[in-house]
Design a protein around this ligand. Structure first.
Ligand code: SF4
Length: 362
């Protein structure tokens, strides 16, 4: 196997495009073979994007945690009657947006629960309020599930919703709600969410309308390596067709407070080996993506630092407030000071650079 792995990695460095079987092999490596995969992923990263570690100064605003869905991996959403429900009105959203502007963020990010009363207009209103209070800030908002929900509630097509969102100042769409793009897994973890084909259709629709998106995977619950490979394969095919993804963001499952884990349906998240391999295999398999982000919110800053030599080139955003991973049981998820990002990047021998949402260096 060592020889096979070595020659496969040499082929990848020479430009070979990994097939699904080969990606599966890479996900299975253990012990010091991890270093071989890491070295190749790091070299490919260096060739593709250079040494800089990037980040975005951004602020998160979650409008509400009330949600009509009940995803098994979600520790954030609430139902009517639960304790701790919040819903931010115009005044509160604009206060948060103005605060973000005063902090000189270049991006405001907003995703929320699927509020029972939301329509397409609700999303449009939120975008207008944010732009009013924070003019010039890039709005990275909503995801394909929210687009589908808005369309259903307002009897519009998803294309019409996306056009209206773009007109209201949507700069880029979040590529979340992807979870694992395999319907048999989605049936177990998020049955009410849009199926794989719908997620793919909406993402392509956004790209074709000139709305860039991120790409994500949420792994470490009850999916197999084969499911992870299918997911990456779908993302690579979309990117070949549209070139609309700005980055790939692996999101490691935070299990503690989730119904899935409590019911014994999932395992206790990915291991460190799996987290690092997810970054490395993504770097090698997604040969049409420039940017692979490691999420300090999910990984913690020390693991995020290690991922920088497994193929990652981006540390994501400063956030300022975060409630989705916190709701699932993660700690210290609210804010990461760029000074700390600089400390860990430079400690790895790499420079830190601030970027825009669309990866222009600032
Ligand atoms: S993941 Fe999103 S859609 Fe699913 S329950 Fe949580 S907030 Fe609702």
């Amino acid at each position: 196997m060592t020889k096979t792995l070595q020659s496969l990695l040499a082929d990848v460095k020479a430009g070979h495009r990994l097939n699904e079987k080969e990606a599966h092999l890479l996900f299975s490596v253990r012990d010091r073979q991890l270093w071989d995969v890491a070295r190749t992923a790091d070299e490919v990263r260096e060739e593709r994007v250079g040494p800089a570690v990037t980040y975005v100064l951004n602020q998160n605003i979650n409008v509400t945690n009330l949600c009509v869905n009940s995803c098994g991996f979600c520790g954030f959403s609430k139902k009517q009657g639960d304790e701790g429900i919040y819903f931010h009105d115009r005044t509160e959203i604009q206060k948060k947006a103005a605060l973000a502007k005063s902090r000189c963020v270049s991006e405001i990010c907003t995703v929320s629960g699927l509020h029972p009363a939301f329509t397409a207009q609700s999303y449009i209103d939120v975008y207008h309020w944010i732009h009013e209070a924070a003019p010039g800030v890039h709005l990275h908002a909503s995801n394909p599930m929210e687009v589908a929900y808005a369309a259903k509630k307002s009897k519009m097509s998803t294309k019409e919703v996306l056009i209206a969102m773009k007109e209201a100042g949507l700069g880029s769409l979040c590529g979340t709600a992807a979870e694992i793009l395999v319907d048999s897994v989605r049936d177990k973890i998020c049955r009410e969410k849009i199926p794989t084909a719908e997620w793919v259709r909406i993402i392509k629709e956004a790209h074709k309308l000139g709305i860039p998106t991120t790409a994500t995977i949420m792994y470490g619950h009850c999916e197999s390596d084969a499911d992870r490979v299918s997911h990456l394969s779908i993302l690579r095919e979309i990117q070949d067709e549209t070139h609309g993804f700005t980055e790939f963001v692996p999101l490691s499952f935070i299990h503690m407070n989730t119904p899935l884990f409590r019911a014994g349906t999932s395992r206790a998240g990915a291991t460190g080996r799996e987290d690092l391999l997810m970054v490395a295999v993504a770097r090698l398999f997604l040969d049409n993506f420039k940017n692979i982000q490691v999420s300090w919110v999910k990984e913690g800053i020390k693991m995020a630092q290690l991922a920088l030599i497994y193929g990652a080139n981006d540390l994501g955003g400063t956030m300022y407030e975060e409630s989705i991973s916190k709701g699932a049981g993660a700690v210290n998820t609210d804010y990461l000071d760029p000074k700390e990002m600089q400390r860990v990047a430079e400690d790895m021998g790499r420079p830190l650079r601030r970027r825009t949402t669309l990866y222009e260096l600032m």
